[in-house]
Design a protein around this ligand. Structure first.
Ligand code: 6PG
Length: 467
């Protein structure tokens, strides 16, 4: 028993390797496992052990039974595998080798309903289970990721100390790791993180689509770098400014990349999850659909030829563009947090919004100054739209926001997320909407009934229309 360790990392891909190094650097001993696949994955764990000095004392395995036997129960197994079928297939092989009380962590981008299912199944077998959303990419996993935990609270109590050690720390040295509820709650928070990530990335793509019309590439790059020294600071803005600075043979490197964006599915899950709650997530959905549209390159070429491409002129200033970007981001974050509140009600979770903002403020892909502002705001208030900072930004930026959209439409430049942000904001502040007409139409053709103003909600009314 003496030489046995409790932690085992499963899956030595980019994320699994970086997390293992992070554990080892924090003085947490662990064993490493990667599957053996002839000609494709041979000696992977051993190779990682040999590549990084901090992993020198870790035992490396490619035989699953030997790996499990080398760990001291209760074992703590951190799985970093592709989500979906690979995880399910692996769990089926793993479970018969375990002892009651062993703890399994799924750190992949699993769908929260799959995590709910696994939680129920593993509990029946007497195992502890956590579904943890891990964000931050390779660097975050190594230097401190953001960890969104869901599952059995007893399991969390067993690993909380170690998870806090490896997690990113915010400005007050608080770990960016929190428990959000049973089953798939942690993976749900991660899914919404990714939805926000999609829209944040798309907003920057829209800034660049507008910026390239009235600015040189160098000026746009410099502007983004300057913006990142203001309250607009975020990791995604920082990397966008950085990647715009690369060139090859005097051409911006970005111009050598095909304009067709792909995705691994979490943005689509977030969009579907919001639909399931009947909660609007117009920015996430717009960002997702923008990626879908980008994929139809041949169609875009045909339509550009038929209808004409966008115009090469724009009456816009950098300051106007920045204000539109900043305001759209507030709507994006507002929708993400509101979605989590809606999920709390539906799934009986108690996800605290300021805890989420704390976990997201550092370590993850959407980390930003705006999220730091959110932490403070959610300590006392709810809706982000009622925050003093948003109000001030709106006061100084509303005209610029409208002008940016007018200019984008005039020049026929697609800015779906900025437009969705504006439209959603306008709709949210409309006291008397035109939805009464929708109700009347539903009643006219389908006798669906409507609530009449000033009358009890219990009994639906019908209109005087004759068919
Ligand atoms: C993170 C990221 C990550 C995500 C990739 C790719 O938080 O570290 O969200 O988990 O998988 O960004 O996502 P897409 O392929 O869907 O863009």
């Amino acid at each position: 028993m003496k030489n046995k360790v409790q932690w085992g990392m499963i899956g030595m891909g980019v994320m699994g390797t970086s997390l293992s190094r992070n554990f080892a650097q924090k003085g947490i001993p662990l064993a490493l496992y990667n599957r053996f696949e002839k000609g494709k994955e041979e000696g992977v764990a051993e190779l990682k052990k040999a590549s990084y000095p901090e992993l020198k004392s870790a035992q490396a395995f490619e035989n699953l039974a030997a790996f499990i036997a080398a760990l001291a129960p209760p074992r703590k197994l951190f799985m970093m595998l592709p989500s979906g079928k690979p995880t399910t297939v692996f769990l089926k092989k793993l479970v018969p080798l375990l002892s009651e009380g062993d703890l399994i962590i799924d750190g992949g981008n699993a769908h929260f309903e799959a995590t709910n299912k696994n939680a129920r199944w593993l509990k029946k077998g007497g195992f502890l289970f956590l579904g943890i959303g891990v964000s931050g990419g390779e660097e975050g996993a190594l230097k401190g990721p953001s960890l969104m935990v869901g599952g059995d609270p007893k399991a969390y109590a067993l690993v909380k100390k170690d998870l806090h050690l490896i997690a990113a720390k915010n400005k007050n040295q608080k770990a960016c790791c929190a428990y959000f509820g049973p089953g798939g709650a942690g993976h749900y928070v991660k899914m919404i993180h990714n939805g926000i990530e999609y829209a944040e990335m798309q907003l920057l793509a829209e800034v660049s689509a507008l910026g390239r019309v009235f600015l040189s590439h160098t000026r746009l790059q410099k502007a983004l770098k300057e913006w990142n020294a203001t309250e607009s600071k975020s990791y995604l803005l920082e990397i966008t400014a950085a990647l715009f600075s690369y060139s090859e043979e005097n051409r911006p490197f970005i111009d050598l990349i095909k304009d067709q964006a792909s995705n691994k599915g979490t943005g689509a899950w977030a969009t579907a999850a919001a639909t399931a709650l009947a909660y609007p997530n117009t920015l996430m959905a717009s960002a997702l659909h923008a990626r879908f549209i980008s994929a139809f390159k041949t169609d875009r070429e045909t339509y550009a030829h038929t209808f004409g491409d966008y115009a090469q002129s724009l009456d816009l200033s950098l300051s106007e563009l920045k204000k539109s970007y900043d305001l759209s981001r507030w709507i994006n974050h507002h929708q993400g947090f509101e979605l989590l509140s809606a999920a709390n009600k539906t799934y009986n979770w108690t996800i605290e919004l300021n805890e989420v903002a704390t976990v997201w403020a550092e370590g993850c892909i959407i980390k930003s100054t705006l999220l730091e502002q959110c932490i403070k705001h959610f300590e006392k208030n709810r809706s982000l739209l009622l925050s003093e900072s948003f109000y001030e930004l709106l006061k100084s930026g509303k005209a610029a926001w409208k002008k940016t959209l007018q200019q984008a439409i005039t020049s026929e430049i697609a800015v779906p997320c900025m437009q969705a942000a504006w439209t959603t904001f306008s709709a949210l502040k409309t006291k008397e909407s035109s939805a009464n007409l929708i109700q009347a139409q539903r009643d006219f053709f389908g006798a669906h009934g409507f609530e009449r103003i000033g009358q009890s909600e219990e009994e639906l009314q019908h209109g005087p229309w004759a068919q």
